[in-house]
Design a protein around this ligand. Structure first.
Ligand SMILES: Cc1cc2nc3c(=O)[nH]c(=O)nc-3n(C[C@H](O)[C@H](O)[C@H](O)COP(=O)(O)O)c2cc1C
Length: 339
């Protein structure tokens, strides 16, 4: 089955859309819900290895769980074998998602080493064949997320994005770093802009280094992309969505506690208490990070085993030091409040 036909002016994301990036090990239903409470409308599952879907059933996979409240949910697939993309697409047709996205940017050695992710992004011919396999077999709209292919020459990045658009990609996200940049360092605005200008017909989404209202403004100004994808900037900081979209203030201490508690309670609903609290340690660390909380609190977060432990932690959580404003949009003059 072909992907859904594209209607005139049928944009998959509206102007100025803010999208929660797929984040392996993070963007489960609970994580997305925390972001949705802060105004996020567009989100993805964690990346799913399409080869792992070939022989296995999709039933009961928490990774693919979609909540009733999720009006938009994309699934991201990673792989390097066109036939596996075809099988995965057919299996996913049985479910209900807003779109499928192909991962052409993952830098992690165990993915890159198999020729997938950023390695596939550097192999245009195979990347396009994998995309075609999805297009021929999926009933969902298709998008792609890629990195900058070559550090000096915008040509290969533009050519890959154009090839995807010609084959029906409804949007392309550009993470403005090369594979060597992994997840940090300078973002190449000029290459994102070059892709934006070469694809006037579909949304080009800019990604990389957006950690505040100001960095979002700079990204939009320098790339010409109104649509942005947020990743590390929103980790432990889901308010970034409402701050960029509507100029919302940083949360008060009570609001902060509520969102941390709700996030972890949703994890418990998804995984059961033991697994949830083990996974929640890194999540709580992210919420504490950079907010002036004492080191002892971070140590406590590393030992969480029950929701009651989190309640105890939150009951006495109070920023200990006054910090200068940081790019993460965190407490500037905290004592009683994070505002
Ligand atoms: C922990 C972690 C997991 C990630 N997992 C994925 C993933 O599954 N799929 C993907 O396309 N990108 C993934 N990324 C990359 C992000 O989506 C994003 O492109 C990257 O972090 C750059 O944006 P940022 O500078 O705003 O964080 C991941 C990044 C991190 C830090």
């Amino acid at each position: 089955m072909k992907s859904a036909p594209r209607e005139k002016n049928d944009m998959i994301y509206p102007e100025s859309a803010l999208i929660l990036a797929p984040l392996s090990g993070y963007t489960d239903w609970a994580y997305r819900r925390a972001a949705r409470r802060c105004g996020c409308l567009f989100a993805f599952t964690e990346m799913v290895d399409c080869s792992s879907l070939v022989y296995a059933s999709l039933r009961g996979r928490s990774m693919l769980y979609r909540g009733d409240d999720e009006t938009f949910l994309g699934v991201q697939l990673v792989g390097a074998i066109p036939e596996h993309f075809a099988v995965a697409a057919k299996k996913l047709n049985e479910y209900d998602f807003s779109l499928l996205d192909i991962n052409l940017g993952c830098p992690v050695p165990k993915v890159y080493g198999k020729g997938a992710g950023a390695a596939l992004g550097r192999n245009r011919e195979l990347a396009l064949r994998c995309f075609e396999a999805l297009a021929e077999n999926s009933r969902f709209p298709l998008t792609a997320k890629m990195r900058i292919v070559h550090p000096e020459d915008p040509g290969p990045t533009v050519e890959l994005a154009k090839g995807l658009a010609e084959r029906g990609a409804r949007a392309v996200t550009i993470h403005g770093r090369t594979r060597e940049g992994f997840y940090s360092g300078e973002v190449d605005f000029a290459v994102i802009r070059a892709v934006r200008e070469s694809l006037p017909g579909i949304p080009v989404i800019a990604n990389g280094g957006i950690v505040s209202v100001e960095t979002a403004r700079i990204m939009r100004e320098k790339t010409g992309c109104s649509r942005l994808m947020l990743a590390q900037g929103a980790m432990g900081n889901p308010w970034l969505f409402s701050q960029i979209a509507a100029g919302a203030p940083d949360p008060s201490l009570e609001e902060w506690k509520e969102i941390v508690r709700d996030h972890v309670a949703d994890m418990v609903a998804l995984y059961g208490e033991e697994t949830a609290l083990r996974n929640a340690r890194k999540i709580v660390h992210d919420y504490l990070k950079g907010r002036g909380f004492p080191a002892a609190l971070r140590a406590e977060a590393s030992k969480l085993t029950a929701l009651a432990d989190l309640d105890a932690l939150l009951a006495h959580a109070r920023p200990a030091v006054t910090r200068s404003p940081s790019v993460r949009g965190i407490c500037a003059e905290p004592r009683e409040t994070l505002r």
